[in-house]
Design a protein around this ligand. Structure first.
Ligand code: UDX
Length: 490
């Protein structure tokens, strides 16, 4: 391969929590001399164009092209129905394989060098749930690396789902097992995950259905990474030391590149690569947040957001609203248009009305915000989060402690690590009660416990920066990844 310019094709899973980390990996490879082709599914591409206002959001760099392939299923990422969206995200394995394999094969072959076009494709980086890409790449003899966008602890837990199923831990025997203490069972045979309980593992084990689609998809796609030439993770070694060590003992080539936003900045400074936006958004970002935050005191605001997929009932929304109101603390709350389960329309106007009447200017409600900027704002001192991996890592980068309200996928694992291993969080129980919300917010923002978490969060912020800086573990791993991909030696 010597002398040939490397060409990476990157295939994200369409979903807010997946597309940006993949874009960030794409930009990093581009800065290291790769020709990059970024592959969008049609409805994801359309949603980005709509919210970002034009094709510039998708281009702007020389030798950075994009392609569009059909959707796996007919639900756009901005669909009003979040349960449909979740299905769309998880049905990747099957539905995308059926409709996207042939178009991907065509892209890999067409972008095959010769003439004045792009150089031949030399590697594929795919979201681990889009695992059909591995089959296509293997068929064409192109090295493929899996990018798992969740935490390393989440990945390792899910890697052992097959064994959990085999040993009879999942699916659950009957519904009673959800509440009879069974989920407190400690699993002592997953390497690198001391003291882990069933309740800390993927939410997909909480089913009684032997053919549960989510459980099967998660277990199969994670295990299929065994066949990939390497594994990319958005974490840093110090944060998940025992877990990344255990993963390293299973996979010969692991590249921990996190936190990706910090690595991008460090890499930009080190390589003088062009500074371009590394975020796609499915929703328009609201501008008023920064002005409102500017008017608040340092460290006083609790930021509340449950990511792009979480839905809640009107009752739970009410408990959160009263809890925040009763806490007496300033808050910035993201209420997505599709956040309330069961249709019911956009909940934002009624929440805004409640906040205006009950809290006056102490609360600010947004439909979608620039989360990284919000977390980095000096007025923000805490984050009430669902514990999605991007949100968790973004709070680590900003040194902001968290209240975790986990619900879906590996969010329980992230919560366990944030609270027990890193000492930066406390958990809010699944049954939301206003008095718990208010008590935890008060403790995080003003209590001694909150102070302790804040100190730990400040420490992890420094660790994250060191990992991303020149000579740090993630920076070194980027260099190793670029070298391995360029040489094609796996
Ligand atoms: C999820 C979870 O990451 C994960 O636990 C699971 O595996 C499936 O996907 P999501 O629920 O969207 O994704 O959460 P998260 O990973 O936190 O990603 C949300 C992203 O949206 C973050 O990067 C955050 O910065 C961004 N965001 C959120 C905004 O930019 N603005 C907002 O107002 C809210």
């Amino acid at each position: 391969m010597a002398g040939r310019r490397p060409h990476a094709v990157l295939l994200p899973l369409p979903g807010q929590g997946h597309i940006n980390p993949m874009l960030q990996v794409a930009k990093l490879l581009h800065s290291r001399g790769f020709y990059v082709t970024f592959v969008h599914t049609r409805s994801s591409h359309r949603s980005i164009l709509r919210s970002s206002g034009g094709p510039d959001a998708l281009a702007g760099l020389e030798d950075f092209g994009y392609e569009v392939i059909p959707d796996g299923v007919a639900v756009p990422p901005t669909s009003r129905s979040s349960s449909k969206k979740k299905q769309q995200v998880s049905k990747g394995c099957v539905a995308y394989a059926a409709s996207c394999s042939a178009p991907l094969r065509e892209i890999l072959a067409r972008r095959g060098g010769g003439g004045g076009g792009p150089p031949g494709v030399t590697c594929v980086v795919y979201n681990w749930l889009m695992s059909f890409a591995l089959d296509v790449a293997e068929e064409l003899g192109i090295p493929a690396l899996a990018f798992c966008t969740m935490s390393a602890c989440g990945f390792l837990g899910s890697y052992f789902l097959e064994e959990l199923i085999h040993k009879g831990y999942a699916p659950l025997k009957d519904e009673k097992y959800l509440t009879n203490g069974y989920l407190d069972t400690t699993i002592d045979w997953i390497p690198g995950m001391r003291g882990i309980r069933l309740r800390d593992l993927s939410s997909f084990i909480r089913t009684t259905d032997a053919d549960d689609f989510f459980l099967e998809t998660e277990a199969t796609c994670t295990k299929k990474c065994d066949r990939a030439q390497g594994l990319i993770l958005n974490t840093f070694d110090r944060l998940e030391a025992e877990v990344t060590e255990a993963i390293g003992a299973i996979f010969p080539k692991v590249y921990t590149l996190g936190p990706l936003p910090a690595l991008l900045q460090a890499n930009h400074a080190a390589t003088d690569s062009p500074s371009v936006s590394t975020r796609f958004n499915y929703w328009e970002q609201e501008r008023g947040c920064t002005e409102w935050l500017d008017a608040q005191s340092p460290g006083s605001v609790i930021y509340v957001s449950f990511g792009s997929l979480t839905t809640l009932t009107a009752e739970v929304l009410d408990e959160f609203a009263w809890g925040l109101a009763d806490s007496g603390r300033p808050f910035l709350w993201v209420v997505r248009p599709d956040m309330v389960a069961g249709g019911g329309g956009n909940a934002r106007p009624s929440v805004e009305d409640f906040v205006r009447r009950t809290c006056g200017g102490r609360g600010f409600v947004a439909g979608w915000c620039m989360q990284e900027e919000v977390l980095a704002h000096p007025s923000v001192g805490g984050f009430l989060t669902h514990g999605g991996w991007n949100s968790t890592l973004e709070s680590v980068c900003a040194g902001v402690p968290v209240i975790c309200w986990p619900g879906f996928a590996e969010q329980h694992t992230n919560c366990r690590y944030a609270c027990e291993e890193w000492g930066v969080g406390v958990e809010l129980g699944r049954e939301v009660r206003r008095e718990d919300v208010s008590r935890l917010v008060k403790e995080l923002m003003g209590g001694e416990g909150g102070e302790r978490l804040r100190k730990n969060a400040a420490k992890w912020k420094e660790e994250a920066q060191s990992a991303a800086d020149v000579g740090g573990s993630s920076f070194d791993n980027l260099e190793r990844l670029a070298k391995d991909l360029s040489s094609g030696k796996f």
